[in-house]
Design a protein around this ligand. Structure first.
Ligand code: GRF
Length: 222
């Protein structure tokens, strides 16, 4: 992949991770070309962030489509206008069809708010609190057909402590996400991290374990 790889960011909501990408590109720390932001929701606040940053955006409302395959086909056809090298799922709340994942095989990244393989799916923060876990965090991974199951690249972890609520814990985890997601995407964009034969390769070495970075309870990098 080129060092200035064309990147599409897919969102459904507030877009704080999108904002982190915008900020890192603006300050010169991240060498990606943010080509387009695509949302399945017209009221996603991330669309405002894209506009403020001068990034083209499109809305494709999944409710206008009969099924997942036709929605995904419309998304792929629209993205094709920008010929993206890399797709960043940043709070995109749609499960992608196998055809879509195959089309962009090894070129789709997601961030999931848990230390995968623990807690795939929803409500991760409350599940961590209920289990009394000591550590929580977020994982950047390649997207495969298996939900939240693709090869992991980078994890950020923090001590759970005694959170007042799952929202409070979510906020702290998001502070980590805003650091690790642009960083991991930059590695992929620069070709340091690759998806080959169903596995993640980091600096030319096939790896089953992600790189793990540890943060303090507030989400500051240690
Ligand atoms: C993030 O917490 C991410 O882990 C999950 O969706 C959330 C998106 O938040 N996949 P935002 O829209 O980037 O603020």
């Amino acid at each position: 992949m080129s060092t200035r790889c064309k990147t599409a960011i897919l969102i459904s909501g507030s877009g704080t991770n999108l904002q982190a990408f915008i900020d890192r590109v603006a300050d010169g720390e991240l060498q990606l070309e943010l080509s387009v932001v695509l949302s399945n929701k017209s009221d996603a606040h991330g669309l405002v962030r894209a506009k403020n940053a001068g990034i083209p955006s499109v809305v494709i409302d999944h409710r206008q489509f009969a099924d997942r395959d036709t929605f995904d086909g419309a998304v792929a056809a629209k993205l094709n206008q920008w010929q993206p090298d890399l797709l960043i799922l940043a709070g995109f709340m749609r499960i992608l069809s196998s055809g879509f994942v195959a089309r962009y095989s090894g070129r789709i990244l997601n961030i999931h708010p848990a230390l995968l393989p623990a807690y795939p799916g929803l409500d991760t923060h409350q599940r961590v609190i209920d289990a009394g876990d000591k550590w929580h965090g977020s994982t950047v991974h390649f997207v495969t057909e298996e939900l939240d199951g693709g090869p992991r690249i980078l994890q950020g972890r923090l001590p759970v402590g005694s959170p007042a609520s799952s929202n409070e814990l979510a906020t702290r985890v998001q502070a980590i996400e805003h650091q690790i997601y642009p960083e991991a995407a930059g590695w992929v964009g620069a070709g340091r991290v690759e998806f080959r034969g169903g596995n993640a390769w980091i600096d030319g070495v096939q790896t089953d374990e992600p790189i793990v970075q540890t943060f303090d309870a507030r989400g500051n990098r240690l």
